[in-house]
Ligand binder design. Structure first.
Ligand code: AMP
Length: 211
């Protein structure tokens, strides 16, 4: 069972993913987290991805499909996985479908976190993330420590205003059309209101997935 968490940057996918994963008993895969980890380690994947990410552009589909294929083939993901921030283009949707079919996994639903651009800009201007486990926080100062693992909270380079504007434009141009692709291919697309407390949004998400 594969569930896709979908929505603009800053919609709350990264906050909700671990909560929903715990409630559903499946692991998560966030391509953004995988790529940032590769950048920190200085691997060839990280070197290739960095300039795209810093500008707020999408990393090439072939790179993303390589990550998805490797992750879905891991035994720990065999029962199912929650994909956070995947997929972001129609070719990725097509590629994921092919991999899922090969592995006998079904794409159960696309869960869309709905939020307007003004709220996104407000949230991201105030976001810091743990530089080791990537947990996002708002209302915390950079340089303070993560509640989960004591890592240092930092601003993401792509949360600067220019990169945010580009990421929202990229979402409209390349990512939003993915929803119609899933609707046309018979996958359930559930849209939930992403504004509210973390608990309320989780409850809406779980309700939508159960319905
Ligand atoms: P995120 O952490 O999901 O906001 O992703 C941060 C950045 O990683 C994005 O702005 C892209 O540059 C890159 N990225 C993450 N996931 C994908 C994907 N599925 N397709 C293309 N680029 C991605």
């Amino acid at each position: 069972m594969i569930i896709l968490l979908f929505g603009k940057p800053g919609a709350g996918k990264g906050t909700q993913a671990p909560l929903l994963a715990a409630a559903l008993g499946v692991p998560t895969l966030a391509t953004g987290d995988e790529l940032r980890a590769a950048i920190r380690k200085g691997t060839p994947l990280g070197l290739e991805a960095k300039s795209y990410m810093d500008r707020g552009d999408l990393v090439p589909d072939a790179v993303i499909l390589g990550i998805i294929k490797a992750a879905l083939s891991e035994p720990r993901n065999a029962r199912g996985v929650l994909l956070d921030g995947v997929v972001r283009t129609v070719p990725q949707a097509e590629g994921l479908s092919a991999v899922a079919e090969e592995l006998g996994m079904k794409i159960k639903a696309v869960l869309v976190f709905d939020i307007d651009d003004e709220e996104i800009v407000r949230r991201l201007a105030d976001r810091v993330v743990c530089d080791t486990c990537q947990t996002p926080y708002t209302g915390r100062e950079p340089g303070t420590l993560c509640d989960k693992d004591g890592g240092v909270l930092v601003r993401r380079k792509d949360d600067e205003p220019e990169a945010i504007r580009n990421r929202l434009a990229v979402y409209q141009r390349q990512t939003a059309p993915v929803l119609d692709w899933y609707r046309q291919h018979g996958t359930r697309v559930a849209v939930i209101d992403a504004v509210g407390s973390v608990q309320d949004v989780s409850a809406r998400a779980l309700g939508a997935l159960a319905g």
